[in-house]
Write a protein that binds this ligand. Structure first.
Ligand code: R1P
Ligand code: GUN
Length: 269
C-alpha cells in the first residue's frame, strides 16, 4: 500500500516543477488524449519521472501529467490512467488522484471509453455518469485509512456533484449535444463481457460498462473532491447486436467523439 510519505514525495516533485497548482483536474480515458490540443500554455511531466508513479501500459494512454489552461481555467490533465487489469492494486490506480489532492485539487472531471448497455445508446454518444456500480474485487480505500484525506466510511449517496451535472446538462443543450445519462458499471477486465454478463450488468441497472473510473470516483469522494464524469460510448454492448470489437476500434471511436466531449468540458469549466 502506498504511504502518505510516498504521496507527499510525488507531490513535492511535481510542485517543484510548476509555478502554481490548479484546483481542477481532468482524467482522460482511452483515446481521449485529443483534449490536450485544446490546452494553452501547457507543460508536461512524464509519469515515469515522478517518484512512485505507476507507468501507463495501455494503448491510447500516454502517461503524462500536464498543467495548462482550458478556457482560461488552470487545469491538471492526467493524460492516461491506470487500470486494475494492468496488474496494479487499486491503491496504485488512485495514486495520481491522491498526489493531486496533496497539491490542492478540489474538483475533477473523469472520462472514459465504455460499452453502451442501454439499447437507446449508439457508438459515438456521450453519457453523463450519474452513478456507479463497482464490481471490482476490492476497494481503493481498503487498508489503513488515510485520515489526512478523508473518513474511514465515506458517504457515497451523491458520488457526482449535482450542481456540476446540471451545468453540464445545460451546456449540452446549448450545444445541441444529445447528452445521454446513466450508471457506469466498472469491471476488472481485461476480457470483454460475455452475453450473459452484459445481461447481468443491464439487469442490475447499468447503462455503460468499462474497466476503470469506479475506483477513482470512490477515492475522490473519500477526499471530498467534487466529481463530474463522462463516458464516450465506443461500442454497443447489447447481446442482440453484440459483435466482436477491438481496443483499436474503441480508441478510434473515442478519438472522434472526443472532439465533442472536449467542447463540452471547456464550457463546463
Ligand atoms: O476506461 P478507459 O481507460 O477509458 O478504457 C476503456 O477502454 C479499454 C478497453 O478498450 C479499457 O481500459 C476500458 O476501461
Ligand atoms: N468492459 C468494457 N470496457 C469497454 N471499454 C470500451 N468498451 C467496453 C466494453 O464494451 N466493455
Amino acid at each position: 500500500m502506498k504511504s502518505i510519505f510516498q504521496i507527499n514525495e510525488a507531490a513535492k516533485f511535481v510542485s517543484n516543477r510548476i509555478s502554481s497548482a490548479p484546483r481542477t483536474g481532468v482524467i482522460l480515458g482511452s483515446g481521449l488524449g485529443g483534449l490536450v490540443s485544446a490546452l494553452k500554455e501547457s507543460m508536461s511531466i512524464r509519469y515515469a519521472d515522478i517518484p512512485h508513479f505507476p507507468v501507463s501500459t495501455v494503448v491510447g494512454h500516454r502517461g503524462e501529467l500536464i498543467v495548462g489552461e482550458l478556457n482560461r481555467v488552470p487545469v491538471w490533465v492526467l493524460n492516461g490512467r491506470f487500470h486494475y487489469y494492468e496488474g496494479y492494486d487499486l491503491d496504485d490506480v488512485v495514486f495520481p488522484l491522491r498526489v493531486l489532492r496533496a497539491l490542492g485539487l478540489e474538483r475533477i472531471i473523469i472520462t472514459n471509453a465504455a460499452g453502451g448497455l442501454n439499447p437507446s445508446f449508439e457508438a459515438g454518444d456521450i453519457m453523463l455518469i450519474e452513478d456507479i456500480i463497482s464490481l471490482m474485487p476490492a476497494n481503493p480505500l481498503r487498508g489503513k485509512n488515510l485520515d489526512e484525506f478523508g473518513p474511514r466510511f465515506p458517504d457515497m449517496s451523491e458520488p457526482f456533484c449535482s450542481t456540476w451535472m446540471k451545468q453540464a446538462i445545460g451546456e449540452a443543450e446549448n450545444q445541441n449535444i444529445n447528452l445521454r445519462k446513466g450508471t457506469y458499471v466498472g469491471l476488472t477486465g481485461p476480457k470483454l463481457e460475455t452475453k450473459a454478463e452484459i445481461n447481468y450488468c443491464r439487469l442490475i441497472g447499468g447503462d455503460a460498462v468499462g474497466m476503470s473510473t469506479v475506483s477513482e470516483v470512490i477515492a475522490a469522494n473519500h477526499m471530498g473532491i467534487k466529481v463530474l464524469g463522462f463516458s464516450v460510448i465506443t461500442n454497443e454492448s447489447i447481446p442482440k447486436v453484440k459483435k466482436e470489437f477491438t481496443h483499436e476500434e474503441v480508441v478510434d471511436v473515442a478519438n472522434k467523439a472526443g472532439a465533442t466531449l472536449a467542447k463540452l468540458i471547456k464550457r463546463v469549466l
